[in-house]
Design a protein around this ligand. Structure first.
Ligand SMILES: Cc1cc2nc3c(=O)[nH]c(=O)nc-3n(C[C@H](O)[C@H](O)[C@H](O)COP(=O)(O)OP(=O)(O)OC[C@H]3O[C@@H](n4cnc5c(N)ncnc54)[C@H](O)[C@@H]3O)c2cc1C
Length: 385
């Protein structure tokens, strides 16, 4: 019996489950294999929609669906929080103490945000990394009548690298629409020496920042918030006063991965092979999506492109054959839409060897992102695209 256990029913885990179950249809139907997803929520959340709660009248209820409704009938679902992986016995321990055995393990547990690591974050800073926080930011923007807005990053790596730039662009456009632009300043702080980690994207984004009058602060790694003076301070010694502070919260991997000896502290990112997606040299443990330490965007699209590789490798292992050379090796493919504001967007498409060359911002890529958001539930998690 080949038991495939997938921890995490987000983008990566759900696609892998559906693809593997299709590949192992015969084995599952004849009792030679099983595919199980364990998820602590039992709901699949479409996180890119959070930004549209702040800027596009999106409703939180549209961004979550029961995980069961997205899984192939052959996939079993267990709703429980995994406490630990016991590698010595090839078992996963659930919150009620139950143990589930595996021959093939997939770690698709995403990232968690830890705003509490920055003192005063909870009372001083807004963010858009949960549905609730995105709604509170919307309320704060509605109440904003002019002043200084600071958008900054409180820890690397974080989900969806373009998001803080997108938010800066969208806020600037909104302020113009509401007649508040003359009374406001928008500051974007980047932790590195340019606007974005990838040079070609920086070359696209920097003139847009200039043209929109958004002030760029480089080498600004958020260290502390002085709540009394309403000032955010960087590790590098710069201070910026704010009326509205928007921070990307620090992110970490899941604690149980550290406790299980699978990921190093303090970050908790899984050491993942760039091409096979195997974890720490193990041949039957895979990672994908935000949980990995790969030098790539933590993005749903990364998980989307990685899932077929994990599925092919597991199917090959079950069949006792070598994985297909083309479909069993990840090349670092990522594709992200990028909002610029004023109904325009661009596209970042790249892999390990080819940096992105974003097209000039236009309406098509903005509409592409909106269309993707609308069709997501019918396509991506089901493994149909
Ligand atoms: C505001 C925002 C905007 C974004 N915009 C984009 C975008 O435009 N394009 C893009 O490609 N990506 C975007 N992303 C990123 C994208 O949402 C994530 O990269 C993607 O969800 C990662 O997929 P994943 O499967 O790795 O993790 P997730 O989708 O986060 O799923 C992880 C799953 O693991 C489960 N889990 C965790 N721990 C346990 C445990 N101990 N036991 C059981 N289950 C557990 C969770 O319940 C969850 O269901 C955005 C994210 C945010 C927050």
């Amino acid at each position: 019996m080949d038991r495939v256990l997938i921890i995490g029913g987000g983008v990566g885990g759900t696609i892998v489950a559906n693809l593997v179950s299709r590949k192992l249809k015969h084995e599952i139907d004849t009792g030679q294999a099983s595919v199980t997803v364990i998820d602590k929520l039992g709901n699949h959340v479409y996180q890119p929609g959070f930004m549209y709660i702040t800027f596009g009248n999106e409703k939180p209820s549209n961004l979550s669906r029961p995980e069961r409704s997205l899984l192939d009938a052959r996939v079993q679902l267990v709703v429980s929080e995994v406490q630990r992986v016991h590698e010595d016995t090839h078992q996963v321990e659930l919150e009620n103490g139950e143990m589930l055995g595996y021959e093939h393990l997939v770690l698709a547990t995403g990232a968690r945000i830890v705003p509490e690591e920055i003192k005063h974050f909870d009372t001083q800073a807004h963010h858009f990394y949960t549905a609730d926080a995105a709604q509170k930011l919307r309320d704060a923007l509605d109440a904003f009548k002019g002043g200084q807005i600071v958008v900054a990053i409180a820890g690397m790596p974080y989900k969806c690298p373009p998001a803080p730039l997108e938010v800066s662009f969208l806020i600037e456009a909104e302020l113009r629409e509401r007649g508040l632009r003359d009374k406001s300043e928008v500051h974007f702080c980047s932790p590195i020496g340019r606007a974005f980690t990838i040079e070609t994207v920086s070359e696209m984004a920097t003139p847009v920042l200039e043209q929109k009058g958004i002030e760029l602060h480089t080498f600004f790694n958020v260290e502390t918030i002085d709540a009394e003076r309403k000032v955010v301070q960087s590790l590098e010694g710069e201070e910026l006063p704010y009326d509205l502070l928007i921070l990307v919260p620090p992110h970490k991997g899941q604690q149980f991965l550290i406790d299980s000896g699978l990921a190093p502290a303090p970050g908790g990112w899984l050491p993942t092979d760039h091409h096979t997606l195997q974890v720490g040299g193990r041949t039957n443990v895979y990672a994908l999506g935000d949980a990995t330490d790969l030098p790539l965007s933590k993005a749903g699209s990364t998980a989307h492109f990685e899932a077929p590789i994990v599925a092919e490798r597991i199917a090959a292992a079950v069949a006792g054959r070598d994985p297909d050379v083309k479909h069993g090796n990840y090349t670092g493919q990522v594709m992200c839409f990028f909002e610029i504001g004023d109904g325009k967007g661009t596209l970042l498409r790249f892999d390990y060897d080819h940096p992105p060359h974003p097209p000039k911002p236009n309406r098509v890529w903005h509409l592409g992102k909106i269309l993707f958001n609308k069709t997501y539930w019918h396509t991506v998690p089901r493994g149909r695209v």
